[in-house]
Design a protein around this ligand. Structure first.
Ligand code: BES
Ligand code: MN
Ligand code: ZN
Length: 499
């Protein structure tokens, strides 16, 4: 699919469909009055009869008259002008794509909202529109027949029409950015959607290596023998119940100054979480193929950062394992010696994410990172706290947390901070080891983070619990059922802004 910038008068565009936004109640905008004349008053009649009011996401499809260049005109509601934001613009663009592709239309011209959004540049608006289009064009269909239901039409050509006199070079750069970011998001979605029988830790490692080669970044794998040699006791403990061998995936991207400390990204890569001996219930266990959502987001972010040639140094560490019950699996009560030397009592083998992350967080310290951000589908409790609307953010550095929340706001991905007061670590004190891997029912997301903090002490650190947002189970415009790639957009936004 191609997204391109066009300039010229909206009503003179020769296209199968011209898309115009309408703010609620603002039917007298000049362009709309002109349009109304050319469609013999059809627009005016539709607003009068309340068939179309400009409510957010509402649509009215008109067929062009003899005076109008476009074959069709799609009016799309933008809601109240005062409520409108870049976030709603991205959503509206996705809804438009959904609406038109369901009508088998695959190329059209999108216009920017008029009057334009305050406090945002044209380039920002173009980026968001392009993102809305690209994210709506995604589906995971590698196991579906080549034709038939399930296969929607793919887009071919989308033009974004700039108001006269605007800088089309900046807008074209914004499209390039959206393309790089969304290819990172879609790479992450593909990884999450891949079924557990395809997606072994080795598969994840091979996908990472292939991606690294493609974008020209450095990749290293640590296999089981190497991790045994170095003492990754917590990670290997989780891995020992599965016949699939574990890997530690390490990627390095150097876009910054040679001597600049890297920013580290760590992603939980449990390719399937059956719970281990503390087996999960059968209901919805299929969704536990998404337990490598953190890893997917980290890999997608690395891909996008390299494609955008961001001027930063990055290191990514992904512990990849499968969590299965078997005769060789760890038991509740087992004590593991982690890479840091700290001993961990395993109270519940289903709290495996924090075990593999403990070793990954210790390992990444070797890179002397200026800060570490980890992403993990870590706790069911996070879904109880925040539902599917936001990821939780916790950490040991307030400025870092604030910057991540800001980047999330700008990119339309929400983060909500939970406290990490010392008192919470009371809940993870063990009788027989230095720490235990569960803290009881109360504050489950926080005690999981308190556990991680014991291994993330030497650097600035933020933890993002994406359990509620890595997977979409309803399906909506711009986000089909399945993996979301949540976090790629926010992290790229964060990395574009760090100084
Ligand atoms: N991967 C799960 C958390 C999860 C649950 C993610 C649902 C997405 C959707 C994690 O490994 C887990 O099982 N956590 C346990 C921890 C508990 C045993 C302390 C949980 O949240 O129940
Ligand atoms: Mn688990
Ligand atoms: Zn898990």
């Amino acid at each position: 699919m191609k997204i391109e910038i066009k300039t010229g008068a909206a009503l003179q565009q020769k296209t199968p469909c011209l898309v115009l936004g309408v703010f609620a109640g603002k039917y007298k905008a000049e362009l709309l009055l002109q349009l109304d004349q050319q469609v013999n008053g059809a627009f005016g009649r539709a607003t009068k009869s309340k068939e179309f009011s400009g409510r957010n996401g509402e649509t009215l499809l008109l067929h062009g008259g003899t005076d109008i260049a476009a074959e069709r005109i799609l009016l799309v509601g933008l809601g109240k002008e005062t409520d409108f934001s870049l976030r709603s613009l991205r959503q509206v663009s996705s809804s438009v794509v959904k609406f038109l592709t369901e009508k088998q239309l695959r190329n059209f011209v999108l216009t920017l909202p008029q009057p334009g959004l305050k406090k945002t540049t044209i380039a920002e608006q173009v980026q968001v529109i392009a993102e809305g289009v690209l994210l709506a064009d995604y589906r995971y269909d590698r196991y579906l027949p080549a034709a038939g239901p399930g296969r929607a039409v793919a887009l071919t050509n989308i033009d974004i029409l700039l108001p006269a006199g605007e800088d089309s070079a900046a807008a074209a750069t914004a499209i390039k950015a959206a393309e790089a970011i969304c290819s990172g998001v879609c790479f992450a979605r593909d990884l999450v959607n891949a079924p557990g029988n395809l997606k072994s830790p080795e598969y994840l490692a091979m996908q990472a290596v292939a991606m690294a080669e493609q974008v020209g970044i450095n990749a290293t794998l640590l296999d089981r023998r190497e991790m045994e040699r170095q003492g990754f006791g917590a990670l290997l403990g989780v891995a020992q119940g599965s016949v699939q061998p574990p890997y530690l995936i390490v990627l390095e991207y150097r876009g910054g100054k040679v001597d600049e400390q890297p920013i580290a990204l760590v992603g939980k890569g449990v390719t399937f979480d059956a719970g281990g001996i503390s087996l999960k219930p059968a209901e919805k266990m299929d969704e536990m193929k998404m337990d490598m959502g953190g890893a997917a987001t980290v890999l997608g972010t690395m891909q996008a950062a390299a494609q955008l040639q961001l001027p930063v140094n990055l290191v990514a560490v992904v512990p990849a394992v499968e969590n299965m019950p078997s005769g060789s699996a760890i038991r509740p009560g087992d004590i593991l010696t982690s890479l840091s030397g700290k001993t961990i009592e395993v109270m519940n083998t289903d709290a495996e994410g924090r075990l593999i992350l403990a070793d990954a967080l210790t390992y990444v310290g070797r890179y002397q990172p200026r800060e570490v951000i980890d992403l993990a589908t870590l706790t069911g409790a996070c879904i109880i706290a925040l539902g599917n609307q936001a990821a939780a953010v916790l950490g040991n550095n307030e400025p870092l947390i604030r910057q991540l929340i800001k980047a999330g706001e700008r990119s339309g991905e929400r983060f909500w901070q939970l406290p990490l007061w010392d008192e919470y670590s009371e809940q993870i004190k063990s009788n027989f080891a230095e720490v235990k891997n569960t803290g009881g029912r109360a504050a489950g997301t926080i005690t999981a983070a308190a556990f991680l903090q014991k291994f993330a002490n030497d650097y600035k650190w933020a933890h993002l619990d994406i359990a509620g947002v890595a997977w979409e189970d309803q399906g909506r415009a711009g986000q089909p059922k399945g993996g979301t790639g949540f976090g790629v957009r926010a992290l790229i936004e964060y990395l574009r802004e760090v100084k």
